[in-house]
Design a protein around this ligand. Structure first.
Ligand code: ATP
Ligand code: MG
Length: 312
């Protein structure tokens, strides 16, 4: 402090000298640091603003959750009725009407998918998603079921969809069966959406107490500049789908990432070349592995015990 002039005020900063300033420089210290009262006031304001932001964020999540729920019911009714008309239950339908109603049905199904994804996201972000961990899932069996159910749609698109049998029996993984199926469905339907001709192959390998599942296609591929965006929310499609499945809203990979990471695994784009194809992979911890046990205790600490359905 300058003995003659007293402490510098906030609007009259001390004249800087040519030597470097240090924190022991009293004038420098007082000009930069607020008084304890000002500091306390700023802290109170910041805490209040933070609380307000959290409340707004919660209100936004609740709004999305309620709105999605309310939208789902009427859309399910529209879908049901259109399907009924198309199947001829309400009398004959001429070609033109059939074409129009088919377009409406595709659009409604797309909306239902979007609403379901929004609901998933609001649950993920509110941290209230339930994981029904099953300690012993055969991921190859989950994939086999999916391949069987999608063979017809793939054939319509002239695509071959196949499962590469593992060289030796795969160890079981610990996971939530429905959520893992949802991730695999998203990867396989993505592959179908963005592949005009060729094949989609599901393969497996083991690494560091994890089972890795990969989905490889011979599709349009992903340009270098778009790879970073893939797992972000609303990563808008780089291009329209090339198959019969309609383009989505860019939420599937974001949700998949959240689901897989929460179960102790990882999901990534292994490789992709425009015009050649893409390979997406995800890993899940093997039954009884250190990671699997860690996930159980993490999930238990996050959710009230009664909400965990851990099948033994
Ligand atoms: N196998 C693939 N080949 C080429 N592009 C892909 C592939 N998989 C994903 N993409 C690109 O990544 C984007 C994001 O995929 P994501 O699954 O998140 O969303 P979506 O399929 O567009 O919509 P949603 O899954 O929400 O119905 C896709 O729109 C597409 O541009
Ligand atoms: Mg998708």
């Amino acid at each position: 402090m300058d003995a003659k002039n007293g402490p510098p005020t906030s609007n009259k900063l001390p004249k800087l000298e040519s030597r470097p300033l240090s924190s022991s420089d009293v004038g420098f210290h007082q000009a930069v640091h607020p008084s304890p009262e000002a500091y306390q006031k700023a802290l109170r304001e910041l805490t209040a603003a933070n609380l307000r932001l959290r409340q707004l964020d919660k209100a936004k999540d609740e709004f999305i959750s309620v709105a999605s729920h309310e939208l789902r019911n009427p859309m399910a009714i529209i879908k049901g009725n259109i399907s009924m008309i198309l199947s001829g239950d309400a009398g004959d339908v001429n070609h033109e009407t059939r074409d129009i109603l088919t377009d409406v049905l595709v659009a409604v199904e797309r909306q239902i998918r979007l609403v379901n994804e929004l609901l998933d996201i609001s649950r993920i972000e509110a941290g209230v998603i339930n994981f029904n961990l099953n300690p012993a899932i055969s991921i190859d069996q989950v994939a086999e079921l999916l391949v069987t159910s999608l063979k017809g749609v793939a054939a319509e698109q002239n695509l071959e969809i196949k499962l590469e049998n593992p060289a030796k029996p795969l160890p079981a993984v610990q996971a939530d069966h429905d959520k893992v199926s949802q991730v695999l469905i998203n990867l396989v339907t993505n592959a179908m959406k963005f592949t005009k001709k060729g094949s989609i192959t599901i393969s497996f390998k083991e690494k560091s107490e994890h089972v890795i599942t990969c989905v490889t296609d011979t599709g349009i591929g992903i340009p270098e500049g778009q790879k970073e965006m893939l797992f972000k929310k609303f990563s808008k499609p780089s291009s329209e789908s090339v198959g019969t499945l309609s383009a989505g809203s860019g939420l599937g990979l974001y949700i998949s990432k959240k689901y897989i990471e929460r179960q102790g695994g990882d999901i990534w784009l292994e490789e992709s070349k425009p015009g050649v194809g893409s390979t997406f992979c995800f890993s899940l911890p093997m039954r009884g592995s250190e990671k699997a046990l860690e996930v159980v205790s993490e999930i238990k600490s996050l959710q009230p015990i009664k909400e965990i359905h851990y099948k033994s």
